[in-house]
Design a protein around this ligand. Sequence first.
Ligand SMILES: O=C(O)C(=O)C[C@]1(C(=O)O)C=C[C@@H](O)C=C1
Length: 357
Amino acid sequence: MSDEKLTPLRARIDAIDAQILALLGERAGVAQEVGHIKAETNAPVFRPEREMQVLRNVAERNPGPLADGDVQTIFREIMSACRALEKRVTVAYLGPVGTFSEQAVYQQFGHAVDGMPCASIDEVFRAAEAGTADFGVVPVENSTEGAINRTLDLLLQTPLTISGEVSLPVHHSLMTASGTMAGVERICAHPQALAQCQAWLNQHYPAVARQPVSSNGEAARMAAEDGTVAAIAGEIAGEKHGLQVVSAHIQDDPHNRTRFAVIGRLRTSPSGHDHTSLVLSVANKAGAVYNLLAPLAKHGVSMTRFESRPARMGTWEYYFYVDVEGHSDDERMARALVELKENAAFFKVLGSYPCSL
Ligand SMILES: O=C(O)C(=O)C[C@]1(C(=O)O)C=C[C@@H](O)C=C1
């Protein structure tokens, strides 16, 4: 196509961009006004339920041809930038940079945040509990490997609540500094990633040693410095360390996803499409679990997840991590929770939050 034909189209794009820019400025000005009102009343700046409503609205109103997911990505960043004008939030996550946890931070908060990489899940909780970070993002479960037990244990004790959830597709790649497997003696990754790629590794590199390390980001860093190391990590981590992809999408389940919880002091209001997370325990008697959960069925509350963890305190046999559909402020749910509490030896509402996109 000749430039002659492109020039008028580009002039139109420039004119549209000018309009978009003017509207963005106007929107940001309104967000600043909201920020002033919030500052006067000491109200929280980050409102996950409102942001989720905005994202659902734009998908509903999207005239095309842009995909709903792409329009939502753009609006997530617009809200992130507007929110940062009110106050920039600090979010702790399981580092180092380049991990899926960091991606989960951006998926929830957009890029106008200050990320705080932490060395462990414990440290993420500590940062959010101490107030060094406004929020923390921690992995809760993986669709292939199941629960992240350390997170479950820490959720039991923390005074924080779950204020949001993020579900991310997790695609792993095998990467090296050279882009080939020549001279590679070990394949390094977080134990979860090694487990998620087990069948593929058995088939393609059965003779190469596998070494679990603290994170996929750390594996990528090692591979960048040492030609005998290949890393399994997300491609973002690989790019950050200048690695090249040997094989992409090597996870055994192509639909592999990890769910993250956003933890903080914020009690999120209903968004219209929410989940509530609970921890429960009952004395070890026949029919006890059945009776414990009966109020959910009675009040028409659907359960979306049921996970048990051995209690290590000796008093009870198991803690049950239960996710249900709805918000604890919903009338039906509130009634069910009162009855659940009566039946339970231990009862804790971890939080109600908008369902992830
Ligand atoms: O509606 C608000 O409370 C705002 O502060 C505005 C806004 C937005 O940009 O739309 C920004 C931050 C909040 O998390 C939610 C929404």
